[in-house]
Design a protein around this ligand. Structure first.
Ligand SMILES: Cc1ncc(C[n+]2csc(CCOP(=O)(O)OP(=O)(O)O)c2C)c(N)n1
Ligand SMILES: [Mg+2]
Length: 574
């Protein structure tokens, strides 16, 4: 006979909710306070020993930090925001978690059920608002059902293709009192390939002449990545990482072939195009990775595609694979670990060539002006320890660390595949909180940085020694490049006046310097790293660069000249 369950004492909804988070292993939450969820805030008092509440300055920063926490830990990043205005600010982090397949739970205050549907103060229907950008949106209308909803939120956020969950918390649910049992830690779902799947994969692989492995997606563990590495070594396979999933393969490894997607070099593009078998492990094969579904064509790729993904719904959704295997990355990696080649692979030379070509891209390309971003990024790669974290947001400046930094392992790179600006600083903060011993460097464009620079206050308050490199070109440079390509010499609405960034970080008790040539940069970078480590406060280097340098090996003037040439050619043929 089962024992009758002894129920905890009656608690309010906030107390029940925070206890569930603790039971599911939450160590940190990112929040901006609101009167709409006071009982949750109050309940944090009883969990000071286990849950760190990070007071963020704006909900977009809080949601980005929670998303980055999800990327770093594989567990849902937790964010609390107030209703209406808080939720709308936080939405950028939810969308990022959705496209980046990151486990995350956003808790939003909600008007009480006594007022709902009257468009009460700050009322929004979150099911409709977040419907398309969350895996699951729900409202908890009964206090005693909080444990059930929270347990489900953790399961949904982490299972299959991970993603964000949004839970709305009406006031009456939080203030209500219930006597209800807590639920234990959720069970992580790992799906594994069957023996027949692995046999079919090996048979197709060994029949191929020029296979290529593409690793991406989320839900990886260090162990799983090591198993993929071992598989690549035994079968001597070239391995690329999908767009902005730079952490997925050791770039110093002899089998590493490159970063596949927008901005890749021609040799790599050709290798992926010419592959007779493409083994995609965990990657969704999105628009950026496939360069607009051209490198891998939808619906029927020219390469024989073996697509492995944790969500059956992703298999056959955009691409018709030759072989589809539904397995989580950890489960698939364990399966690959059991495979042993039955013959000497004929493609070993291709693999070595691919790595040699990749290595050649690490030499800085020429650029105009005294301050070469290429050389600076190479320097950062040389001096930064292997386990350091490099974060970016969106903008052409990110091409430099992504080209010249050799990443390796979870947490070495934090980059939104969704390409949303303002991510780098909050992500760097999340990384330093999670790994205080690791160096953390945030690359930011002057535009990108100014989208969330208020979160420097969080770095100051929690004594986080991060280093921020701000590339000051005085404009939304990426969009300028697009303008010059499509509408040459008609650039408008892109330039901005900048503050003195070095001065700005000093207001946050940080260290600030401005450099305008490479001779200054190396010493300044050493000082910034040393300050951050010694003082546990942010350090920032504003890099004044020639605005004509718009991407590695590319200038705005060259883009404009090519576009004008094209216009002349078109005009003469019409
Ligand atoms: C939140 C958000 N707003 C707008 C964009 C469109 N966008 C992409 S890159 C970019 C410019 C980035 O400027 P900056 O950070 O200064 O970097 P730069 O391109 O100058 O290197 C813009 C506006 C975006 N991706 N995300
Ligand atoms: Mg800029």
């Amino acid at each position: 006979m089962t024992q009758p369950q002894t129920l905890p004492a009656p608690r309010n909804g906030g107390q029940i909710l925070i206890q569930q988070l603790r039971n599911h292993g939450t160590r940190r939450i990112f929040m901006v306070a609101g009167e709409s969820y006071l009982p949750c805030i109050d309940a944090l008092n009883e969990h000071r020993d286990a849950i760190q509440a990070i007071v963020c300055r704006q909900e977009s920063g809080a949601a980005y930090m929670a998303e980055a926490q999800g990327k770093l830990s594989g567990e849902p990043g937790i964010c609390f925001v107030t209703r209406g205005p808080g939720a709308t600010n936080a939405s950028i982090g939810v969308h990022t978690a959705f496209q980046d397949s990151t486990p995350m739970i956003l808790f939003v205050g909600q008007v009480g059920n006594d007022f709902c549907e009257r468009e009460a103060f700050q009322e929004i229907d979150y099911r409709r608002m977040f419907g398309q950008m969350a895996k699951w949106v729900a409202q908890i209308d009964r206090t005693e059902r909080i444990p059930e909803f929270i347990a489900r939120a953790f399961s949904v956020a982490t299972s299959g293709r991970p993603g964000p969950v949004v839970l709305a918390l009406p006031e009456d649910t939080l203030w209500g009192i219930a006597q209800v049992a807590d639920l234990p830690h959720y069970a992580r779902v790992i799906t594994r390939p069957g023996a027949a799947d692995l046999a079919a994969l090996q048979q197709r692989l060994e029949a191929a002449q020029r296979p290529f492995v593409l690793v991406g997606g989320s839900g990886w563990t260090d162990e799983a990545l090591a198993q993929v590495r071992g598989f690549a070594e035994r079968f001597e396979l070239p391995v690329g990482v999908s767009w902005r999933r730079l952490e997925c393969f050791d770039q110093r490894h002899a089998n590493f072939a490159g970063h596949v997607g927008w901005g890749m070099h021609e040799d790599l593009r050709q290798r992926v195009r010419d592959a007779d078998l493409l083994l995609a492990l965990g990657a969704r094969l999105g628009e950026a990775t496939t360069e607009g579904y051209s490198l891998v064509e939808s619906p029927r790729p020219r390469q024989q595609l073996i697509h492995v993904h944790a969500d059956a719904g992703e298999l056959g959704r955009v691409f018709q694979p030759a072989l589809a295997i539904c397995a989580s990355n950890a489960g698939m990696a364990a399966g690959l670990a059991s495979l042993v080649p039955t013959r000497t692979p004929p493609w070993a030379t291709h693999t070595r060539e691919a790595h040699a070509t990749y290595r050649a891209t690490l030499v800085p390309l020429p650029s105009p002006g005294a301050m070469s971003l290429d050389a600076a990024a190479c320097h950062v790669n040389r001096v930064l320890p292997a386990e350091a974290c490099v974060s970016v947001g969106a903008g052409n400046y990110a091409l430099y660390p992504h080209r010249y930094r050799q990443f390796n392992g979870i947490g070495s790179s934090l980059a939104p595949t969704v390409g949303s600006m303002g991510y780098g600083l909050p992500a760097a903060i999340a990384a330093k909180l999670e790994h205080p011993q690791r160096a953390v460097v945030c690359y930011a464009g002057d535009g990108c940085f100014q989208m969330n620079l208020q979160e420097l206050g969080v770095a100051m308050q929690y004594r986080l020694g991060i280093v921020v490199l701000v590339f000051n070109n005085g404009m939304w440079g990426t969009i300028r490049a697009h303008q010059e390509r499509e509408f040459p010499a008609r650039s408008i609405a892109l330039e901005f006046d900048n503050p003195d960034f070095a001065q700005l970080v000093r207001a946050y008790r940080g260290h600030g310097e401005t450099v305008s040539d490479n001779a200054q940069f190396e010493a300044a970078f050493a000082r910034a790293l040393a300050f951050a480590e010694r003082e546990h406060l942010p350090a920032l280097i504003e890099i004044r660069c020639d605005a004509d340098a718009i991407a590695p090996g590319e200038t705005l003037s060259a883009i404009r000249a090519r576009a004008q040439q094209l216009q002349r050619e078109r005009a003469s043929t019409h």
